[in-house]
Design a protein around this ligand. Structure first.
Ligand SMILES: Nc1ncnc2c1ncn2[C@@H]1O[C@H](COP(=O)(O)OP(=O)(O)OP(=O)(O)O)[C@@H](O)[C@H]1O
Length: 610
């Protein structure tokens, strides 16, 4: 299907990321509930041994001989409670971890699937570590959220609630006294959240952030810092951040320490026991409480403060898990490149750009209405000042991004109507940012043609000028890149060129900036262009005069628009923008040029400014 040139940008119809996360958890809701129920039963059964001790106390302290049968029944009930607690807690933990493993796997599959569909341009703008952190660490950070926290939090409330009901039944007055520490702690919590405390916390976080960035800056730039002897200055930045942090930390600690100490004291077992003992003793002395009834308050009272304490831990974990899920959601929110419902097949491989506009950010266009036709069997060289949009333009051909306006057509079909498999069979590219896989050299070269024979792989490597280097590797073409060998930038680029040569796609997009790495790579690019030319459509960001001279058409970009285009010699003869650029940007177009000849790759040397 052909799409008109004025096609409006299509809004990708990605499902909301929340739907992704919720849909992912939904099938596990039953198991999730089972974990919580098992954990709660286990925790409540844990009260049985304590209640058994209380009951034994009552029986044994009562006047007269103890009822043996009753004593053994109580002991058995306590032991049974303990056993149930062990069994249910173990089952909850086992099931929780199993569930956690399944959820993490599902998260990672969803992320991998989404990352496989996001625009390549989005991926290439991200650091590998950043995405690895989301798929690795952030997914792992949901562990407490799935396997521990919900059950523990629910138990932390249910167990004290059951204890309270029991204690109220024993003596409501001493129950209220036992609750004094909890009430004190609850009263102190809001004091930790006042405006002043929040401000101090923000300052603390900011100062911490400044220290981290000072360290990161120093470590990342350590080579430059050392080379230029500015180590002292870099240290100063770190020292300043650290000194500043000391002041902020003292203010933060001063504001918080009194309240935190009060909170810890209120929740501490000695304080709870003291309150219960004082209250209990007073009630016993006044004859209002049987001495044996003090026992449950001493044993269960300590557990009443648990929810407040576990709130802290549980919510810390939940906060960490929530930020991790947030980052996972951000990745899932990236709209995938829409795939056509009914892919169309390109008719031939003429490439056409019709009124193409594109910007990385809204309101800032980098390409501003490009009209261009790349005929099969021709080489089109793109040149122009730095920042004019050359890389952006060539990246539209392998659909790293879709234009925000207008369209790019291959064989008369809008790229958005071509299935991605078909597109990548038709368009191959070699850009500056070469990524090799942790796989054998042969597999890296044969990426687009997995069933290629070794002869074909070696043929492509020969053309790309990297065969000799490969046969010297420990295991030749079987050597695993990144594991058994580290390749130089130039070698990696030549492998990428071999990959493009073997892919044998009818459209080749090349960034010749790679050629500046070393003369051998430069030669490989030249050979690639010569070998591939035939019927292919080639678009190259050209920096060397030979490439520009050898091209059929030169397109001069300026500020996101085509300033001039035509045969290189014609453009020079016309003495327009391209000729002026040629004269004023020697570095951009004459590096590595053979200046000894009378002409530069066929162009008159009179215009060559070096
Ligand atoms: N990933 C990106 N995100 C945001 N802006 C970008 C991105 N890549 C490029 N730009 C901006 O787009 C404009 C065009 O950049 P582009 O790299 O296409 O130019 P170029 O002609 O290839 O430059 P150079 O010759 O220096 O490589 C520049 O203003 C650049 O800052």
């Amino acid at each position: 299907m052909t799409v008109t040139g004025a096609a409006e940008p299509r809004r990708p119809s990605a499902p909301p990321p929340d739907a992704g996360v919720a849909a992912l958890l939904r099938p596990h809701a039953g198991s999730f509930a089972a974990v919580v129920v098992l954990q709660v039963i286990g925790a409540v059964s844990g009260l049985a041994p304590l209640l058994a001790v209380v009951e034994l106390g009552r029986v044994l302290l009562a006047p007269g001989p103890a009822d043996q049968g009753h004593v053994w029944a109580v002991v058995a009930a306590g032991a049974a409670g303990l056993l149930v607690r062990l069994l249910f807690t173990a089952a909850a933990s086992g099931l929780g971890h199993l569930l956690d493993g399944r959820v993490q796997l599902a998260f990672r599959r969803l992320l991998a699937e989404r990352l496989g569909r996001v625009p390549i341009g989005w991926l290439s703008r991200r650091r590998t570590g950043e995405l690895a952190k989301v798929v690795g660490d952030d997914v792992s950070a949901v562990h407490p959220f799935i396997a521990h926290t919900p059950g523990e939090l629910v138990s932390a409330f249910v167990v004290p609630l059951v204890s309270l009901v029991y204690l109220f039944a024993v003596d409501w007055r001493l129950t209220l006294i036992t609750l004094i520490p909890v009430a004190l702690a609850v009263a102190l919590v809001p004091l930790m959240m006042t405006q002043a405390r929040r401000r101090e916390q923000e300052e603390f976080d900011a100062a911490m952030g400044r220290i981290s960035s000072a360290v990161v800056e120093f470590v990342q730039g350590i080579a430059v810092v050392k080379a230029f002897g500015t180590g002292e200055r870099a240290h100063r930045a770190f020292r300043r951040a650290a000194d500043e942090f000391t002041g902020v930390f003292l203010r933060w600690a001063r504001g918080l320490s009194g309240i935190a100490a009060g909170l810890m004291l209120a929740l501490s077992p000695p304080f709870v026991l003291l309150v219960v003992l004082v209250g209990g003793a007073a009630l016993i002395a006044s004859g209002g409480l049987a001495p044996a009834d003090l026992l449950p308050f001493l044993l269960l009272g300590l557990g009443l403060t648990a929810p407040v304490a576990s709130l802290g831990h549980g919510f810390d974990d939940l906060t960490a898990a929530r930020s991790a899920v947030g980052r996972i959601r951000d990745v899932l929110a990236v709209p995938p490149l829409p795939e056509p419902a009914r892919p169309a097949a390109p008719r031939g491989h003429r490439v056409e750009l019709r009124d193409v506009r594109f910007g990385y950010e809204p309101g800032h266009e980098v390409l501003r209405g490009i009209d261009l036709v790349l005929e099969p069997g021709t080489v089109t060289a793109i040149t122009g000042p730095s920042g004019s949009g050359k890389s952006t333009l060539v990246q539209l051909l392998p659909r790293f991004y879709d234009p925000t306006h207008g369209s790019v057509l291959l064989g008369g079909v809008d790229l958005r109507e071509i299935g991605s498999r078909e597109l990548y069979r038709s368009v191959s590219f070699v850009f500056q940012d070469v990524r090799l896989l942790r796989a054998s050299v042969a597999d890296n070269i044969a990426l687009a043609v997995p069933d290629a024979g070794l002869d074909d792989v070696a043929g492509a490597a020969r053309l790309a000028g990297v065969h000799d280097r490969i046969v010297r590797l420990p295991r030749g073409y079987d050597t695993v890149v990144g594991e058994e060998v580290r390749l130089s930038g130039g070698e990696a680029q030549r492998i990428a060129i071999a990959r493009a040569l073997l892919a044998d796609a009818p459209v080749l997009v090349l960034d010749e900036a790679t050629a500046f790495a070393d003369p051998r790579t430069e030669q490989a690019v030249r050979r690639a262009l010569e070998t591939l030319k035939g019927d292919r459509t080639i678009l190259v960001i050209a920096h060397r005069p030979q490439t520009i001279a050898g091209a059929d058409t030169v397109v001069m970009l300026e500020n996101g628009t085509v300033a001039e285009q035509g045969a290189p010699a014609d453009l020079l003869a016309a003495d327009g923008r391209f000729a002026a650029f040629w004269r004023s940007h020697p570095a951009a177009v004459t590096d590595h040029a053979d200046t000894s000849a009378g002409t530069l790759g066929g162009l008159p040397r009179g215009d060559e400014p070096r």
